[in-house]
Design a protein around this ligand. Sequence first.
Ligand code: HMG
Ligand code: MG
Length: 306
Amino acid sequence: MSHSTFPAHVTLVDVGLRDGLQNEAQPVAAADKIELVHRLQAAGLREIEVTSYVSPKWVPQMADNAQVMAGIQRQPGVRYSVLTPNMKGFEGALASRADEVVIFAAASEAFSQRNINCSIAESIERFRPVAEAAKAHGMKVRAAVSVALGCPYQGDVSPDAVEDVVKRLLDIGTDHVGVADTIGVGTAGRVTAVMERAMKHVPLAELSGHFHDTYGQALTNIYASLQLGVHIFDTSIAGLGGCPYAKGATGNVATEDVVYLLHGLGITTGIDLDRLVDAGAFISGVLGRKPVSRVSNALLAKRATA
Ligand code: HMG
Ligand code: MG
């Protein structure tokens, strides 16, 4: 397929604050999370997944959700989304004036049980009122199909299973569907096959890819998705996410690495890579380590010698 089929513009949704920090063993202060939101929007991000309204017993890292949402200075044109597993989570999202709620259903039964303690069918029924309430309040509903490229408990996941969950999510009123490689095992051929299935039901304007980089395939999987015209991706600043306790998965592909790829292809993102690198260096400093981004580390090294 030729480069001429690539989209001219790609939208990145930074999920580092939620998908990344939910996996960090060390606590991050709400003030630092708020500072990261400000730095991301200053760098040009227009979609930021800020936090999740889940059980603090399950995910203590997100227990400061309301505090973080209340502390951010909202910038016009930026969409602030939050993850909500049930109506209780939705109430929190509503009180915090989130623009969008993120729901998630697994493409494997085993993962659904471990992640949210219920079957796929039960999870869809839990999300139905969430989607309805979100619509009633003018909020957008984004859904992720987890373990779409492989499951840590079940192993292989078929494109049929992914397509089935996509259809069920659309049935309950989901506006947007993300195909998620939760544990980063997918390779380009399989990503193409699964995306093509999703594209049978979801318009390209509302379809995205969410690739963890565990096996180093995320950039290639994004490239394969771009060739199909997919032009929205979740990425994580500084590659946040993953820890010794989170079985199997590392963080999402780093936002910095994806921006470098896209700009190199002549695809616009609206993101200033230098300011993005600053944002990644900031949160990595808070965590006391280097960014998990080859591009970020290369650019920081170049700056240091300049
Ligand atoms: P449960 O224990 O089955 O639920 O958990 P429950 O209804 O029996 O409630 C148990 C307790 O949790 C109760 O409190 C509830 O009030 C409370 P208690 O009476 O014991 O004091 N509770 C809540 N508290 C705050 N906010 C809520 C909430 N709901 C119940 N929304 C539940 C079910 C879904 C809550 C739980 O399993 C949970 O929170 N799981 C965490 C799921 C999660 O955050 N996973 C990571 C995000 S998904 C992801 O990362 C994948 C994604 O990135 C895409 C990809 O890569 O695949 C999106
Ligand atoms: Mg994820």
